[in-house]
Write a protein that binds this ligand. Structure first.
Ligand code: SAH
Ligand code: SF4
Length: 344
């Protein structure tokens, strides 16, 4: 299988360059052009010798992915479907500009970590068909590079397709480059996970370069078993304990996410139960009203319900916000664009 520039580790790139007529320091120049300056075309790297440039163009593509579909919604949210011709599969990447046009701080980028997802949450299009494969570190990294080409980035969220904790090694490698070479700070990256406790305890001890969001969805154990099938039997208490451990280890507050499903987990009883279980913790709660996906047996919450749920949490001492999804006119929820392209 042909390699790509980003798939080569530092030593391997030096070797490639020196066996193609360049010198070791050219490897650094190439990498800094791509990662620090965002140059994705060797012909623009004019400080490289012409022969080396020609070899790079002919033999070592920078990116492994090819863009197959791009949609731009009315609010300028850009969704890109990336295909990986060599290793197979496709994932989504979403570039979300700030809601206020006068805000020039750049967009939020949403990236994927797996092709498909093995967790199988019944309300999420990414889980349809299960897991195809984990993404490699460079396949995660290049989404950041492509995203930055769409427009400047303020922050990134690992909330696209896949469960990040099940592909942590590749994600950590990618985020190291994003942090050290692309210059996006740890506070500006949020990883969202369903929160496998053992993996969270481990990740908390690996000097994480990101903020953490845990998709809790409900404070009721039997209901969570249904909403997050791959975690059936894992007690919510153990997830919260892992979250507490994360806070102790890193000193950073966690966000708990609830995908609000009309009539399922958005009732006053659910708000009360959630407030009771999160009481005394320094954390945030993000309420995400469900985005309808074809063929799924859920409804959006009734108008006003998300806000009432939020106010209930706030009245009980929590910090809570409602996050309305952007780009709603086309396949807003994660995994929907891929499904539509597959079907159509
Ligand atoms: N697998 C990880 C990250 C990807 S999903 C996780 O589950 O956390 C990112 C967030 O989007 C999760 O909180 C998930 O529950 C939510 N989500 C998925 N599909 C959704 C939909 N159709 N509407 C609203 N939120 C959705
Ligand atoms: Fe996977 Fe997250 Fe979707 Fe659940 S919500 S199926 S864990 S991507």
């Amino acid at each position: 299988m042909a390699s790509t520039l980003l798939a080569l580790e530092a030593d391997a790139l030096v070797e490639w360059v020196t066996t193609h007529g360049g010198q070791a320091f050219h490897a650094k120049i190439i990498r800094s052009n791509v990662l620090e300056r965002g140059v994705l075309d060797y012909d623009q790297m004019t400080s490289l010798p012409a022969d080396l440039r020609a070899a790079l163009v002919a033999e070592l593509p920078i990116l492994a992915s090819a863009e197959t579909t791009r949609t731009v919604s009315r609010d300028k949210t850009v969704k890109v479907l990336l295909q990986f011709p060599d290793r197979g599969g496709s994932v989504e990447m979403v570039h979300i500009p700030p809601p206020d046009k006068a805000d020039t701080r750049g967009a939020t980028l949403c990236v994927s970590t797996q092709v498909g997802c093995p967790v199988g949450c019944p309300f999420c299009a990414s889980g349809i068909g299960g897991l195809e494969r984990n993404l490699e570190a460079h396949e995660i990294l290049e989404q950041f590079l492509i995203g930055r080409q769409v427009g400047p980035l303020r922050r990134a969220v690992v909330m696209g397709m896949g469960e990040p904790l099940l592909n942590m090694e590749a994600l950590n490698t990618a985020l190291a480059a994003v942090h050290d070479e692309m210059g996006l700070g740890a506070r500006k990256i949020t990883v969202s996970t369903v929160g496998f406790p053992d993996r969270l305890h481990k990740a908390a001890r690996q000097k994480p370069r990101f903020e953490l969001a845990i998709s809790l969805h409900t404070a009721d154990d039997p209901q969570r078993d249904n909403l997050v099938p791959a975690m059936k039997g894992v007690a919510i208490e153990d997830i919260l304990a892992a979250g507490d451990d994360w806070f102790e280890q890193t000193g950073r507050e966690i966000t708990y996410e609830i995908a609000l499903l009309g009539g399922e987990n958005d009732t006053p009883w659910h708000a009360q139960r959630l407030a009771e279980r999160l009481a005394g913790r320094r954390c945030m709660v993000n309420l995400i009203p469900w985005n309808p996906s074809p063929g799924m047996n859920f409804r959006r919450p009734e108008p006003g319900t998300p806000e009432a749920f939020r106010d209930d949490l706030i009245a009980r001492g929590l910090v809570a916000t409602v996050r309305w999804s952007r780009g709603l006119d086309d396949d807003a929820a994660c995994g929907q664009l891929r499904q539509r392209v597959k079907q159509g």
